[in-house]
Design a protein around this ligand. Sequence first.
Ligand code: GUN
Length: 308
Amino acid sequence: MSATLLDGNAVALAIRSEVRPAVDRLTARAGRPPGLALVLVGDDPASHLYVGSKLKSAGESGLFADVHRLPANASLDELLTLVDRLNQSPIHDGILVQSPLPAAMGPDAERRVFDAIAPDKDVDGFHPLNVGKLVQERATLVACTPSGVIELLDRSHIQIAGKRAVVIGRSDIVGKPMALLLLHRHATVTVCHSRTPDLPAVCREADILVAALGKPAFVTREFVKPGATVIDVGTTRVDDAQTIARLFAPGTKRRIAFEKRGALVLGDVHPEVEEVAGALTPVPGGVGPLTIALLLKNTLRAAEARLG
Ligand code: GUN
């Protein structure tokens, strides 16, 4: 058996084609497009790529978007001042501060910055007020990646209600909101983490298994009940040739891509899982495109709420 691959690009395109006319209608009514501020601190190459994709996608959907850059040695106070200015800005409806922030900003910088974003502009859904609303199932702005996973399951006609769901990873950005969204859709949810005993056995109970732990190819076939839906949220850049050689046979598409580029982005799910799962999100082309599509949708939502 070979798993059905869930096409994140196609679902993201469908969402974006729904966002575009709603953006155009709002722009005509309000006299300006919904606005998104992207804040990029430092020079992490992956963050530069992500912010570039977000900027391009926002433009293609008719949004106004701009990037606000600070150098790697910027202080937390400078960043908080910028966030405050964007909170007051009449042309920005959404603010996204790209994570991770430079380590030199201190261990609690990210939390302090996310706390400082006006809740009605918090298109990442990371502000404690929006997280609290999510817990009570009355959120308007929910973290983009987990919301994207729900959209992917729905639009792929995968039933959630009554199913056993297991989430590996308990981050504020993915694991926790993912578990809550699955719970609100009437799944029976288990959240696993580094101290869960016999992790493979717990995961084998899942009809829907979400891997969001950030360890490439960690989820092997022994974690997966035959026929289960497996959602791979991992994106880790790997440049170690031995790791790649262990995972991909010579002549396969991914091995050739590695030989050409010297690195690959790997998910948390081992390639052998394709032989066991019923449905599986590929990396790349699975969850990634949905994160951006949901960011556009959240920006539209924030603008609609602000502009009335
Ligand atoms: N870095 C990786 N994913 C995300 C995300 O969803 N939002 C922000 N702000 N930073 C990220």
